[in-house]
Every structure is written in structure tokens, then in C-alpha cells.
Write a protein that binds this ligand. Structure first.
Ligand SMILES: [Zn+2]
Ligand SMILES: [Zn+2]
Ligand SMILES: [Zn+2]
Length: 269
């Protein structure tokens, strides 16, 4: 068994945003459990001591250091990237000393689309000695610690992937940044046990070709017959703020099938 942990669940500028005093940010300032850092997840084998647990992260958001400390992570073995926007790669620099001090200089395997890797190299050129880069083709797969990761194209920046994550017990699709799914991707994930998808906006979607609103995420997830739907990459305060308390009340109509992900939430897969 493996655990899938939400390291961060916010879009772009986090909740609270340093410049924002909307009700959603005020709520997260008053209760740190409701704060959201930028989006990323971690997959690890369950039940092994921390220093022997194979560990893979998807994306290295700017908050990576705090997220890794919060989860008590002492090492990371591999990184997959969804794409190379700042909110998904900004914390890669935190891994430089992991390579130097823990891995004795052994490069960290890093995977993503050719476009994503190109963007990462441009931003983090000084870390080229730390990273062992491997491009994944669209629909290509990578197996790590008995978990299969399949890179499925989504609608966002060029070269953005969602990852179909398959263990012996669970099929989970993780797509933190996407508009409506391309037809082939949608077909491949139909009927997944767990769908974790972009739910950036509450109601009005400013970028309908690149992101989902909460309502669109739920509608597409239900149409795909996903077993359980987790909303992630949530802004909570673009256009019209929504507090966590209001969101939970809104989601009650789905009888537990739809849940707002939280930073630090772990599920078994
Ligand atoms: Zn706000
Ligand atoms: Zn993005
Ligand atoms: Zn993003």
C-alpha cells in the first residue's frame, strides 16, 4: 500500500495571500489548518520507517521546504513535474542540498515533458549538476516503487501533464492544472477510483481553456464516473471569495463523493 499526500492545494498565490484580506484569507489566517500552499503531492510506500520509504513527489512548489518539514520528510528519491510554471517548480532549489548532503552528489531523477524540462533548466541552470533529467513522451509511463505513472496531456501550458497513478488497488488521476480534458486523456481515465483535479475558481472561470472552476471540476468528474473527487489547486478568492466553511456546506449535496483537498491530507492508494 502507498500513501498519497497533498503537500499543497492552492492555486498561484496561496491562501492566505499576503496581499489579501478577503473572508477566505481571513479565515485561513485565523486557523492555520485552513491555509493552503501551492500545489504538489507526494507518494510513498506505507508502513516503512521514514529513512527507508521510497518517496516520489510531483512538483516542487515554492512552499516545498515548509511542506516537507510539515510532513517529516527526510529524503526524496524522484521528482515528476506537471509543467514549469512558478507555482509548481519554484521550490526546486530546496533540493540542491539534498543532493549535496544526503545523496552524496548523486543526481536526483527528474521527469516531465520535454517542454517542462526545458523550462526547468532555464530557471534552474545552476542546478544542472544536481538533476538527472528524463523526458516522458505523451502517454508514456514510468514505474517507481511498484506504482505506474502515465503522463496524460491536459489543456494548460504547452507540455502540461496530468498523471494517471496506478497501484495494485487504486487508479488515481492527478491533474492540478487543466481546462476541459482532451478526449484521449478523458477516455483513459474514465471510471478512475480517485480523481484529483484543478478546481481553481469558484463560479466564474477566468481561464476556461486552462483551468476548471469548482463547478466544472465536479461536473467533469461525475461525467467521467470518477469514484471520489478531490478538488485541488483552489484559489478561494479569485472573483468571488468562498470560505472553507461555505465550501464544505456547498459540497454536502454530493454525500461525501466530492471533497475539498487540504494541505497535509493523506489517502491510501
Ligand atoms: Zn483572499
Ligand atoms: Zn500552470
Ligand atoms: Zn498551477
Amino acid at each position: 500500500m502507498h500513501t498519497f499526500t497533498f503537500m499543497g492545494t492552492a492555486a498561484g498565490c496561496g491562501v492566505p495571500s499576503f496581499f489579501c484580506d478577503c473572508p477566505a484569507c481571513a479565515e485561513a489566517r485565523a486557523d492555520a489548518r485552513l491555509a493552503r500552499g501551492d500545489c504538489g503531492v507526494m507518494v510513498r510506500r506505507a508502513g516503512l520507517p521514514e529513512d527507508r520509504t521510497p518517496t516520489l513527489v510531483i512538483d516542487t512548489p515554492p512552499d516545498a521546504r515548509h511542506q516537507l518539514l510539515r510532513e517529516g520528510v527526510r529524503h526524496v528519491d524522484e521528482i515528476l513535474f506537471t509543467h514549469c510554471h512558478f507555482d509548481h517548480i519554484g521550490g526546486l532549489g530546496e533540493y540542491e542540498y539534498l543532493v549535496q548532503l544526503v545523496r552524496s552528489g548523486k543526481e536526483l531523477p527528474v521527469r516531465g515533458s520535454a517542454e517542462a524540462l526545458q523550462g526547468i533548466v532555464a530557471e534552474f541552470h545552476y542546478m544542472d549538476y544536481c538533476l538527472d533529467l528524463h523526458a516522458i513522451e505523451p502517454f508514456g509511463t514510468h514505474v517507481f516503487d511498484e506504482v505506474r505513472y502515465t503522463a496524460l496531456p491536459v489543456t494548460h501550458a504547452p507540455g502540461t501533464y496530468g498523471y494517471l497513478i496506478e497501484t495494485p488497488s487504486t487508479r488515481l488521476f492527478y491533474a492540478s492544472d487543466t481546462g476541459p480534458l482532451p478526449a484521449e486523456t478523458a477516455e483513459r481515465i474514465r471510471g478512475v477510483d480517485v480523481l484529483v483535479m484543478d478546481a481553481t475558481f469558484w463560479k466564474r472561470n477566468w481561464n476556461p481553456n486552462n483551468h476548471h472552476s469548482i463547478q466544472e471540476c465536479i461536473a467533469e468528474g461525475l461525467a467521467l464516473d470518477a469514484g471520489k473527487i478531490y478538488l485541488t489547486h483552489m484559489c478561494m478568492h479569485y472573483d468571488e471569495p468562498i470560505t472553507y466553511a461555505q465550501l464544505v456546506a456547498y459540497l454536502e449535496r454530493y454525500d461525501g463523493r466530492v471533497e475539498a483537498a487540504m494541505d497535509g491530507l493523506s489517502i491510501t492508494i
